[in-house]
Design a protein around this ligand. Structure first.
Ligand code: N7H
Length: 442
């Protein structure tokens, strides 16, 4: 522990990328017009920008600050594995999640996050860090994410553009049209009214959730094809309605029947909607992923009902693209998915709330009615991307058919098993650089 604290202060803290630097780099990347690219396919060489961050679990904080170990968030204190059952993750008879090692145990004290323009650069930075850490840590596992390449750049493995909607943070930049500005205290301790830190050294820190989510892509595609055939609709349209966006990122509320790539790519338009003109789900089902996890104006009180549950997402895909053999068989044989990462100041009220209370709950969003049926209530169903029903329960999503522009024909998308399978999770606290140098290395 003494060696780790010395190295934390002298070697790690100085390499951690500050928010100020990240913001500056975003401009650099935009100016150079390079995101991490496919060098092999002849794309320009990415900028050599390496980023580092470090975060600790409750066990790790307990070692560094033994007298101040309860950071005030019950989910963080209990650890990710303790929440698996409530999140609907597969568990064994004793309640232990069916996750991979070491996520399923209690040995993780912390995580180093490394970013770079290419995988070799990331690997080199990791080796460099391991050398600097000497024998002060025991490396339990490493994960390697990668931005997909070519036409799929920025898209996750199901093929959808990711990172389209993020909350704007009060005091940082100018929001795009339709992007709600959220109190910074919902993401970082010490700002606004919402996040008084339990300890002074938590100021400017944040809780980070990591989930290793395996995606069964051939199975997802087969399901869209078979359910599409059963419902008499195109698989691509069905997929778009289950997401609430087309693969290009275009929102189905504004492009209900066919993709609109220009809309998907336009940050001034691709969040400029709030579902208030789609009360009968003709553009987007209430159960669609983006409508479940950010219901926008579906909850009349957005300030208290939606805003406190927003998260900042920064995940990255892992694994190779679907092989020809997998596509032909409709069965996954390679390991692929999303290293889901999100930031918040309350894991209980943000990540866990979204998963448990909104995505998994077949009733949410509550109290909506369907047209022409004497005000009969809508049974919304399950988030078809991330909804989890634990040991069983119905997996359906209502209103697969668009019914556009009028109509009230009922239809359900039935999902016999999940196509996103959680394989691990970690709840972490990301401290400020000054806390790394001072209190945590004390
Ligand atoms: Fe989701 N996907 O890529 O298919 N997500 N997500 N997510 N997600 C979103 O707006 C996806 C997961 C949120 O403000 C889009 O960036 C996949 C978890 C939230 O309009 C796409 C997985 C949780 C939003 C995906 C996954 C969330 C969002 C639309 C798992 C939280 C913003 C593009 C493998 C518990 C909603 C975009 C808004 C959007 C995908 C997981 C939450 C395409 C594949 C676990 C808050």
């Amino acid at each position: 522990l003494a060696l780790f604290k010395t190295v934390l202060r002298s070697e790690v803290a100085k390499r951690v990328t500050s928010t100020r630097l990240v913001v500056a780099r975003e401009f650099q990347v935009r100016d150079a017009k390079v995101a991490p690219l496919d060098v092999a396919a002849g794309d320009p060489v990415p900028l050599p920008l390496v980023g580092l961050n470090v975060a600790f679990t409750n066990a790790g904080i307990g070692k560094l600050r033994p007298n101040e170990a309860d950071l005030g968030d019950p989910s963080f204190v209990a650890g990710a594995a303790a929440s698996a059952k409530a999140l609907g993750d597969p568990i064994d008879g004793s309640g232990k999640p069916l996750w991979i090692d070491p996520y399923d145990g209690t040995a993780i004290d912390g995580v180093f996050l490394i970013t770079a323009g290419t995988q070799p650069e990331a690997a080199a930075a990791a080796n460099d860090l391991i050398t600097a850490l000497q024998d002060s840590v025991n490396l339990l596992r490493s994960e390697m994410g990668a931005v997909r390449t070519g036409a799929q750049r920025g898209h996750e493995h199901f093929g959808f553009l990711d990172g389209v909607s993020q909350p704007a943070i009060a005091g940082l930049g100018t929001p795009f049209e339709g992007q709600r500005t959220i109190d910074a205290g919902h993401f970082v301790f010490g700002y606004g009214v919402t996040s008084a830190p339990r300890f002074e050294w938590m100021r400017n820190g944040s809780f980070m959730v990591i989930r290793r989510l395996k995606q069964l892509v051939p199975e997802f595609n087969s399901l869209l094809a078979s359910e599409g055939a059963r419902l008499g609709m195109d698989a691509e349209l069905l997929g778009a309605r289950m997401m609430g966006r087309w693969q290009s990122g275009a929102q189905t509320v504004d492009a209900p029947l066919q993709d609109d790539a220009e809309l998907g790519a336009d940050p001034f338009k691709n969040n400029d909607f709030d579902f208030s003109d789609d009360l009968f789900q003709r553009g987007c089902p209430y159960g669609a992923h983006i409508r479940k996890v950010n219901p926008r104006a579906d909850l009349a009180d957005q300030v208290d009902g939606v805003d406190p549950h927003r998260i900042i997402r920064q995940g990255i895909p892992f694994g190779i693209d679907v092989t020809d053999a997998e596509a032909a068989s409709g069965k996954t044989s390679e390991d692929r998915g999303l290293l889901f990462v999100c930031y918040q100041s309350s894991i209980t009220n943000q990540f866990e709330f979204l998963q448990e209370t909104w995505a998994n709950s077949t009733g949410f969003v509550f109290g909506k009615v369907r047209p022409g049926q004497n005000g009969a209530a809508v049974s919304v169903g399950f988030d078809p991307i991330i909804g989890q029903s634990g040991e069983g329960g119905a997996r359906f999503t209502d209103e697969a058919l668009p019914n556009f522009p009028t109509g009230d024909q009922r239809s359900q998308f039935a999902q016999p098993s999940q196509t996103v399978v959680p394989q691990g999770g970690v709840y972490l606290f990301v401290p400020s650089i000054s806390a790394l140098i001072c209190e945590l290395a004390d």
